[in-house]
Design a binder for this molecule. Structure first.
Ligand code: WTA
Length: 632
């Protein structure tokens, strides 16, 4: 008898118990839902100290067979993908499973024709258009490792990511639409490639008819390459532990790291978590608003919904274009049943008033989800009342790029959904709260560091090219635990509430940035000697970026220097990392050993001046007064 999908709270409880008592049996059962080219020999081999984690050992599969081929017979004519363009007037595009399969196979053949083989890295830097989904799946089809870079990152960031994993190819488009703005992506790729040597071919999709410069011998048009290839391409046989993709994410050190996910475990966990958390039904029309450039887009826009055989919707634009009713109009237009978005979007739309949301018919909605950052109670209630009309369960899903899939969340309608609480762990996930000494806190109503004590199939395997960094970041803080970097509280019923990061990572609108990464960018600005960046509460973004900056002399025209700093951060990282506030200071609070006391800066930025604590151990306590006096 199969343990899932769960259809009652008793099913959930029984599955949870089974997953802890005999994890291997539990996962063996769940893995049997997938199509394997060769069955695995052993469910799990693991050692967190190295870390060395192997799931479904010896098994062979291809995730695209699970996303596409296995539905062809029974649901080949069912819509797999709906694409809604930036402009509401533009007709939506639809692909059936059969059509998507053909496009993926064709592009897989284009990759092959251009020398890409299993294990090669391919960088995808594209707008939210169907071709991004097709290119991603095409890589997986032939076993090339995709590295999708969000199209809001700068040329420098693209270059860094290409170089870190030696990508052999880039797939891009002439330009992109984002609301009222347009951007030339191809130009940024050209700029990035001046700093790289590994890229041999660039494939360019003609999205906006911009006629970009094409470098002969290197740059190729998507449509020309697709014109004469076959629409059948066999799915490469992939070992469970072969890498499926790299996705770069920020940590507390300066350089983003390439989180590596592998084929078997990721596939199993993506489908399992999705079907259960959202209580998916076969005719669901599901919309995840995340960009494929982030993990949410990978797992829950692309792979999991396709594995589940339902219709997934992909949207090119932004929530506020042409007006703040766009999300609701798209739900109405396409009769969306499951909707998954970020708290920051909910807060932004909430601030635009009720008229927009009340103008549309949202009665098709069945389940609402949130992801990426804590959701405040006010936004939760607004979402529940005005979007879900108090009849759609809300799943507040906690997880990370490194976890590959949802870890702690309500199971829609079955387990408790409490405002601002992610809730209970999914069966198979064993979270713990640790105290400062690394001891497990058993009691409820306590707060601690959130860690996971047993492996799960879609966990990070390594950081590309630097395994030691993976060990140090996630597996060394607490021996024999995966450390999440988050703080959390467990309520009297065992529901988890995520408090936020306890490391130097800021979560801006659900996007992670390391403070060091932003400081490095600011410090490149002429005249800047040193800087310190902290997060502070921001009404819409969740956290805003507050930068304290020391210049060689206090700038006469501060606005001018601020503009220059914005420019530097935009070109080093991307506009999304632009500081919200820049305060010029003559010094920073440092200990006698020279370490910046960020705790003090954080309190100042938060406006909690009375809670600064002891400042007498600082090298120069007077700088604190100056910083308080100049607070923005
Ligand atoms: C935060 C996004 C509170 C958390 C999937 C985590 C959340 C980081 C939630 C990972 C949530 C994510 N409630 N906080 N439901 N979901 N976070 O890698 O701090 O972009 O560590 O993955 O976002 O961000 P990432």
């Amino acid at each position: 008898m199969s343990l899932e999908p769960f259809r009652s709270s008793d099913d959930y409880a029984a599955a949870y118990k089974a997953s802890v008592e005999n994890p291997e049996l539990f996962w063996a059962d769940i893995s049997s839902h997938l199509k394997w080219q060769k069955p695995w020999d052993k469910v799990l081999q693991w050692d967190f100290t190295k870390p060395d984690i192997n799931w479904f050992v010896g098994g062979k599969l291809n995730i695209t067979e699970n996303c596409l081929d296995r539905h062809l017979e029974s649901r080949g004519d069912h819509t797999a993908l709906i694409w809604e363009a930036n402009e509401p007037k533009e007709k939506a595009k639809k692909y059936t499973y059969r059509q998507l399969h053909a496009e993926v196979c064709k592009f897989a053949n284009v990759l092959k024709k251009n020398g890409i083989v299993k294990g090669d890295r391919v960088c995808l830097y594209m707008p939210m258009i169907p071709e991004l989904a097709i290119a991603t799946l095409a890589c997986a089809r032939i076993g090339a490792i995709h590295s999708v870079v969000f199209a809001g990152f700068s040329a420098q960031s693209v270059a860094d990511r290409i170089n870190d994993s030696n990508c052999k190819m880039v797939v891009t488009s002439d330009g992109l639409n984002r609301g009222a703005k347009q951007m030339s992506l191809k130009k940024l790729v050209d700029e990035a490639l001046e700093q790289t040597t590994s890229v041999e071919k660039v494939i360019v999709f003609n999205h906006l008819d911009w006629d970009p410069e094409m470098k002969s011998g290197r740059d190729l048009w998507w449509h020309k390459e697709m014109a004469d290839v076959s629409f059948w391409c066999p799915a490469e046989e992939m070992d469970s532990e072969d890498p499926l993709f790299i996705l770069y994410t920020s940590g507390s050190t300066g350089k983003p790291k390439g989180v590596v996910h592998t084929c078997g475990g990721y596939s199993v966990y993506a489908e399992y978590s999705f079907k259960n958390v959202f209580q998916v039904q076969k005719d669901d029309i599901y919309w995840c608003t995340a960009d494929i450039g982030w993990i949410t887009g990978h797992t829950y826009l692309l792979y999991a919904p396709l594995m589940s055989g339902i219709t997934t919707l992909m949207f090119e634009g932004v929530p506020t274009y042409p007006d703040a009713g766009r999300f609701w109009s798209v739900i109405d237009k396409h009769r969306v049943t499951l909707f998954y978005t970020a708290p920051t979007a909910i807060r932004a739309l909430m601030a635009c008033g009720l008229d927009h949301v009340l103008s549309y018919n949202l009665h098709t909605l069945r389940v609402l989800g949130t992801v990426g950052e804590p959701i405040n109670e006010e936004a939760w209630h607004w979402y529940n009342m005005h979007v879900g009309k108090e009849r759609c369960p809300i799943v507040d899903t906690w997880w990370q790029t490194e976890t590959g899939g949802i870890m702690i969340s309500a199971i829609a309608g079955l387990t408790p959904s409490k405002p601002s609480h992610a809730g209970l762990p999914l069966p198979g996930i064993q979270p713990v709260l640790l105290n400062g000494e690394g001891k497990e806190i058993e009691a409820n109503n306590e707060e601690g560091y959130l860690a996971i004590k047993f492996p799960w199939p879609s966990m990070i395997r390594t950081t590309w090219g630097d395994h030691e960094r993976c060990r140090l970041t996630y597996f060394s803080t607490y021996k024999n635990y995966y450390f999440t970097g988050d703080g959390a509280k467990r309520d009297e019923n065992g529901l988890y509430r995520i408090i936020g990061r306890v490391d130097d990572v800021i979560n801006v609108s659900g996007h992670r940035f390391g403070t060091a990464e932003i400081e490095n960018a600011i410090n490149q600005n002429k005249g800047v000697i040193e800087s310190a960046v902290v997060g502070y509460p921001h009404d819409i973004k969740g956290q805003g970026i507050y930068a304290f900056v020391i210049c060689d002399k206090l700038p006469e025209n501060q606005e001018h220097v601020r503009e220059e700093i914005y420019e530097t951060v935009s070109s080093q990282i991307g506009r999304i990392a632009k500081p919200d506030k820049i305060q010029f200071v003559s010094g920073l609070p440092k200990t006698r050993s020279g370490k910046i006391m960020r705790r003090i800066l954080r309190k100042v930025a938060e406006g909690e001046i009375s809670a600064l604590g002891d400042t007498s151990t600082l090298l120069d306590p007077t700088v604190v007064e100056e910083i308080i006096a100049g607070k923005l």
